[in-house]
Design a protein around this ligand. Structure first.
Ligand code: GAR
Length: 193
């Protein structure tokens, strides 16, 4: 059975949607860079191994990346899933997990890379917004797209309402993308590093 390590930084609702999808894979561990991440308690309650690699304990991004990779590699995962993981990962890290590193981003990439995507979508006046699951490459929020979901931007939307509408779609598409990976249905040769 394939095994998955999920990286989180916060509440972990995407991690939860993957765990609860009940796919034929082992969730080997949930690892957070934030000791206070709410998702850690949920994972522990489900009997999933949890770990923290606190980025604040490291002098450099390279040192953090190295420690994180060492922790991940203890579980020899087939797939590493970034689920609301809010640290930028260096090129060495990304190359180490090439073709087996997925991320979810709360916009229709290539629009609105980076942070505050919902606010920026509202400011731009777009009528359609959404979310993207993609393979991770060294360029931030840039890798080959696996699946996207679109939602309308409605009159009267504020950041929270729009975020909630997008999040519901994240919870629908991320388990699907992970399932495709597990089933060997993703053409990973398309990842150009
Ligand atoms: C999600 O909306 C995810 O798309 C976003 O953070 C949120 C995490 O929520 N990720 C990024 O912005 C990555 N750059 P969650 O912890 O409840 O899954």
């Amino acid at each position: 059975m394939k095994s998955i390590v999920i990286l989180i930084s916060g509440r972990g609702s995407n991690m939860r949607s993957i765990v609860e999808a009940g796919m034929p894979a082992r969730i080997a561990a949930v690892i957070s860079n934030q000791p206070s991440a709410g998702g850690l308690a949920y994972a522990a309650e489900r009997g999933i191994t949890t770990a923290v690699v606190d980025h604040k304990a490291f002098d450099s991004r390279a040192a953090f990346d190295e420690a994180l990779a060492a922790e991940i590699d203890r579980f020899t995962p087939d797939l590493v899933v970034l689920a609301g993981f809010m640290r930028v990962l260096g090129e060495g890290f990304v190359r180490r997990y090439a073709n087996r590193l997925l991320n979810i981003h709360p916009s229709l990439l290539p629009s609105f890379q980076g942070l505050h995507t919902h606010r920026r979508a509202l400011e731009a006046g777009v009528k359609v917004h959404g979310c993207t699951v993609h393979f991770v490459t060294p360029a931030l929020d840039h890798g080959p797209i696996v699946i996207q979901a679109a939602v309308p931007v409605l009159p009267g939307d504020d950041e929270d309402r729009l975020a909630a509408r997008v999040l519901a779609e994240e919870h629908r598409i991320y388990p699907r993308a992970v399932q495709w990976f597990i089933e060997g249905r993703l053409d990973r040769k398309s990842t150009r590093l």
